[in-house]
Design a protein around this ligand. Structure first.
Ligand SMILES: Cc1cc2nc3c(=O)[nH]c(=O)nc-3n(C[C@H](O)[C@H](O)[C@H](O)COP(=O)(O)OP(=O)(O)OC[C@H]3O[C@@H](n4cnc5c(N)ncnc54)[C@H](O)[C@@H]3O)c2cc1C
Length: 440
């Protein structure tokens, strides 16, 4: 039997239960389809660091595949057009892919299925627990994190599985080289995509430097690699699996020691788990300005404020520094994301989705469920609409950048700018933008 495996957010060989289903094939065509980035909320395209990290992850996967006599076909276009063509060209009998959250990603699969003449199976590769291991149906998924966590925290997380030692050969396809964009990692975050560097970071954080033992105290640090684990870029692209991280934490706890920090790192993985299952459950609502009639959310839209926020040119030096860091490195800390998001929603009173779209463009760890889920949580809409979170930016600056070191590093001290004049024509807009995501 000839198979096609479509890599999505699972760019790895180790702990890839999807890929492992196809090891007995007579031939195996491995494909990656470059994500289509549609204009949405005044944002277009993929930022240079995100693109670089993804290309490096693909190249690293390809290098690993080459050692097993395999290759990766990187194609551009719509999956529902490309895959039927490949299936016909290479006489493929079945298709496998990882299951991913995200409304657009799922509707793409639905359209693809309707065009296929061979079976398409989706495999769980990106969560701690498979859907059938959850103790509830998705429809009954708790809307808040705490009850969700209570119900899942003691469930058995499957052990990661080893990378295959052998792979079936590819069909006689033409594999083109993966381009190099010429963009290099910023010196403030010198990391590269790919499983090897992801595993190295995991080993260092947990076993070698044992930074995991201080994680609870350091996780709010604004810089990468010194406070929080900074594993998210590899996790989001699937170079590392979340079960590999959970297994590393458990191994450390059994062989070395456990404390509230080791507990807390696992706790954060459950936040990721929560947002992933919410994204499956919430569907298109994940992209709505407000999701409940009770919490109707009106806001002004001042394009100049949005442009200034994106450029790191607001009246808040710490926010500016975070935005500069985001664009230059493709990453900012969880605390940084919360501060920048609170500024957009509360100080600038903009539609939260514009901020989420800008993050989507630039984050090297962009993950549809975590990004839109966290933005909703912060804006006080979505699954857990408990009024949102408004950060006191002066207090945040005193607490997290008391000496101004971070702000100076990104050269973000600047005088206050004059206020804009907003007239009645700018206000209010309502939730018509929510349709954009659906239609494109
Ligand atoms: C507005 C906003 C947007 C975000 N967008 C994304 C995104 O696109 N992709 C993404 O992976 N995370 C996102 N997050 C969550 C979080 O900020 C990042 O996961 C974290 O900063 C990554 O750094 P780290 O690996 O050092 O995290 P650590 O603190 O070391 O945590 C370890 C892992 O736990 C998970 N995690 C931690 N915090 C959260 C959280 N709040 N929600 C979900 N998972 C979490 C991540 O997988 C992370 O890698 C967002 C948060 C906010 C407030």
């Amino acid at each position: 039997m000839k198979s096609l495996y479509w890599f999505r957010n699972d760019l790895r060989l180790s702990d890839n239960p999807g890929l492992c289903r196809y090891l007995q094939s007579e031939a195996l065509l491995l494909v990656y389809i470059w994500p289509i980035t549609r204009p949405w909320c005044n944002v277009n395209g993929m930022g240079p660091q995100r693109e670089r990290f993804l290309l490096e992850s693909l190249q690293a996967l390809r290098d690993e595949l080459a050692e097993l006599g395999q290759d990766l076909l990187l194609v551009h276009g719509s999956p529902e057009l490309i895959l039927p063509r490949l299936i016909e060209e290479y006489s493929i009998d079945r298709v496998g892919a990882s299951r991913t959250p995200g409304y657009y990603e799922r509707t793409t699969v639905q359209r693809l299925r309707s065009r296929l003449t061979v079976p398409l199976a989706l495999h769980e590769t990106s969560t701690l627990l498979d859907e059938d291991r959850l103790s509830f149906e998705l429809d009954a998924l708790p809307p808040h994190f705490t009850p969700f966590h209570k119900r899942v925290k003691s469930l058995l997380i499957p052990e990661p599985i080893d990378a295959p030692g052998q792979l079936p050969p590819p069909p006689a396809a033409i594999f083109h080289p993966i381009r190099d964009t010429g963009v290099r990692p910023h010196t403030a975050l010198p990391i590269r995509g790919g499983s090897q560097s992801g595993h190295r970071r995991l080993r260092r954080f947990v076993f070698e430097q044992r930074d995991i033992l201080q994680y609870k105290q350091t996780r709010n640090c604004l810089d990468p690699l010194t406070g929080s684990s900074t594993l998210s870029p590899w996790l989001a692209n699937g170079c590392l699996s979340v079960r590999e991280i959970a297994a590393a934490i458990a191994h450390f706890e059994h062989t070395e020691t456990e404390n509230e920090s080791t507990y807390w790192l696992r706790f954060e993985l459950f936040w990721r788990e929560f947002f992933h299952w919410r994204a499956y459950r919430d569907d298109i609502s994940l992209f709505k300005l407000s999701t409940s009639q009770k919490h109707l959310h009106y806001c002004t839209f001042e394009p100049r404020s949005f442009a200034r926020w994106c450029a790191g040119d607001t009246d808040f030096p710490l926010v500016n520094a975070i935005m500069q860091q985001l664009v230059a490195t493709g990453w900012c800390s969880n605390r940084g994301r919360q501060i920048a998001a609170s500024c957009l929603v509360n100080e600038l009173q903009l539609d939260w989705r514009y901020g989420a779209a800008f993050f989507e463009k630039h984050l090297i760890d962009y993950d549809v469920a975590c990004n839109y889920g966290n933005w909703q949580y912060l804006a006080g809409v979505g699954a857990d609409p408990r009024g949102g979170r408004h950060f006191d930016l002066e207090k945040q600056t005193r607490t997290y950048d008391p000496e101004g070191t971070f702000t100076r590093k990104w050269q973000c001290e600047r005088p206050k700018q004059p206020r804009f004049v907003t007239d009645a024509a700018d206000w209010p807009i309502n939730d018509t933008q929510g349709q954009d995501r659906e239609e494109t």
